[in-house]
Each structure stands twice: as C-alpha cells, then as structure tokens.
Design a protein around this ligand. Sequence first.
Ligand SMILES: NC(=O)c1ccc[n+]([C@@H]2O[C@H](COP(=O)([O-])OP(=O)(O)OC[C@H]3O[C@@H](n4cnc5c(N)ncnc54)[C@H](OP(=O)(O)O)[C@@H]3O)[C@@H](O)[C@H]2O)c1
Length: 349
Amino acid sequence: MNASSKNTTFSDRSGTSRTGLEARLAARPEGLPASGDFEIIEVAVPDPAPGQVLVRNLFMSLDPGMLMLIAGESGLPMPRYEVGEVMYGDAIGEVVASADPSLNEGDLVMHRFGWREYAVAQAGLFRRVDRDAYPTPSTYLGFGLVAYVGLMDAAELRSGDTVFVSSAAGATGSMAGQIARLKGAARVIGSAGSRDKVAHLTGKLGFDAAFDYHDGPITDRLREAAPEGIDVYFDNVGGEQLRAAIEVMNPHGRIAVCGALNRQSKAGPDDRPGDLLGVLGKRLTIRGFTVGDHLERAPDFGAQFRTWLREDAIVYDETVIDGLANAPQALLDLMNGAYIGKTVVRLEG
Ligand SMILES: NC(=O)c1ccc[n+]([C@@H]2O[C@H](COP(=O)([O-])OP(=O)(O)OC[C@H]3O[C@@H](n4cnc5c(N)ncnc54)[C@H](OP(=O)(O)O)[C@@H]3O)[C@@H](O)[C@H]2O)c1
C-alpha cells in the first residue's frame, strides 16, 4: 500500500519545509532478513491534495506477519512488500493538514501507512479515534481484538473451558489468556520461550500454569499442566505445539488458528501437523480466522477492554522501541523473543 507523493513539500506554520523518514524493502531475503535488506530514506513531505490528509505518525506496530510480507510468501490475506517500495503496517498518528472536510487538524487517526514518519493519502483511508480512550495512543495498536474474536468467534469459548495459549507472553497471547479467564475459562495454560516469560505468565498475568516450550517434549509439559485435557487451543505457533494440543485435547475440543510463529520465525518452509487422525477421532473443530473479518466486534470489545483496564482486571503489556531507524532490527528481535506484549515503534520526535 502506498501513500501518494508529489513534488511540492509540506511547510509548517513557520514556513519551514518538512521532511520525514520512510523505510523501504531494499532486497527480498532468502529466509530471515538482515539489516542490509532495509533502507531508511529521508523524503520530502508533500502537501495534501484535495480529498487527502497529511498525518504525522506517532506509533507504528511491529508484527511477526511482516516477516512473511518481506519474504513474499503467498497465502496471506494482504499484499507482500515490494522491493524498492515503502513498507506498510498499522500505525496511529495525528492529522497535521487536511484538504478534506471529514478530518480536521489535530484528529487522532488509525491507518495502514506504518513504516514512515508522515503519511499523505485519501482521507477515507484514515479512521478517526477517540483521543481520550487510552492513556497512550499506542494502545490502539494492541491485539486484544484479535484475541477476543479468536476466542469468542473461532473457538466459541464456553464457561468452564480449559484453554491453552501458545506464545502466551506475546501481543495476542497475553491478551488471549487473560480474556479467556475474564470470559469464564476455568483453567488457562500458556507456553512461552523463557523461564522469565513463564514466571510473568503465572505471576503478573494470572495464568494457572505455564511452561517453556524448549523444555520438551511439549505433549508431556502440556499434559502436566492440563491433567484433565484442554477444550480450547488458541494457536499462535503451529508445528509441535499444535500437534501436542491435538493430542491433549478433549473430545469436541476447538482450535482457533491465529498465527504460524513456528513458520514465521524461520521465514522458511511449511511445518504441517502431519495427519489429522486425532482431529477425526476426537471430532475436533479447527477454525482459522482473521481479525479483519470481525471488525463489527470492535466497539463491543473496546468498551469491555476499557472497563477491564479501568478496573485493573487486565494487564496490557507493551514494549516501545524509539525511532524508525531501529525498527528493522526490532522486528528481528521481536521474533527472537526479546520482548513481551505488543511491540510498537515510537515515531514522534
Ligand atoms: N489471525 C489474525 O487476524 C492475526 C492478527 C494479528 C496477528 N496474527 C498472528 O498471530 C501470531 C501472534 O502475533 P503477535 O503479534 O501476538 O506475536 P507475538 O506472540 O508477540 O510474537 C513474538 C513472539 O513469538 C515467539 N516465537 C518466535 N518464534 C517462535 C517459535 N518458533 N515457536 C514459538 N514461539 C515463537 C517469541 O516468544 P517466545 O519468547 O515465547 O518464543 C516472540 O516473543 C502471529 O503469527 C501473527 O502473525 C494473526
């Protein structure tokens, strides 16, 4: 996705021409990218044409899925990044100039023009949000809604369920475990990649049990954590964790397929679960979902999320990286397990 650009440059009130940084994919890597596969370039910031707005970005999201867009993998419901072009992703920013009556200077807006400090595009591609909803605008980039629709719509969570969440200390997983509990799960189990993260899950986030997936075999760890079996698996990972979940699931269990971190972390070959005899024998349901198909849930979820935050019923973990120049390395660090919760890049200033 590209914001349009023109040769005229945007001037602030003092008459100074503005420039901003943007990140482009410089080369399509084999496997995981290296810092040389990105270019950070300073570009002139154009004036908005009629019908457009100019937005100064405050925060952008870093998502594991971006590695698949870099690798150019097919099968995702969004276009890959093209070499030589600025990348895209979720971002939140502030309108600094508007040539469309639907948005005003000072409005806070969500959009898909991440990986750049300024975005200029048609006003309809930006969604105004309430400035006072959260203590920091970066919270809008969180994946609580992903977790919510995965649990409620894909897994059809029921009161009393035992729920297993993989990558449970990550952006989606940390929300999924806590929301499952708030929505009536009897027992919540998480897996993560380090002892510290496991302690964080059972400590601050209130999971009933957690294990490090490096301490395999994963099926054994999961059985110990869920001696009575699991009813719902919120799958962020695939691979061996999915196989273990199928093995430990109770009859008529439900799996919500949210992501494929096992594959994304290698940006490499597929890792299929093998045969699905366990799915057949136990009459399991496996349902993939994408949050974009459930956006009608956003107002309802947002209202509940704000109440949970206000009442300290949920912990929202966030890691903030400063500056666009640090974003490519941070994307790799994110996949290597360096951060907890949602990872965002602060672009302002
Ligand atoms: N369906 C949708 O609509 C939707 C929306 C958003 C995101 N997603 C997908 O959902 C998944 C989770 O997204 P997220 O943003 O919340 O990511 P995340 O969990 O915050 O991802 C980062 C974490 O992945 C873990 N990880 C890396 N390689 C792994 C491996 N081989 N096995 C297990 N864990 C590994 C690392 O944690 P450890 O230290 O624990 O290893 C790392 O901290 C991703 O696949 C993403 O693409 C789907």
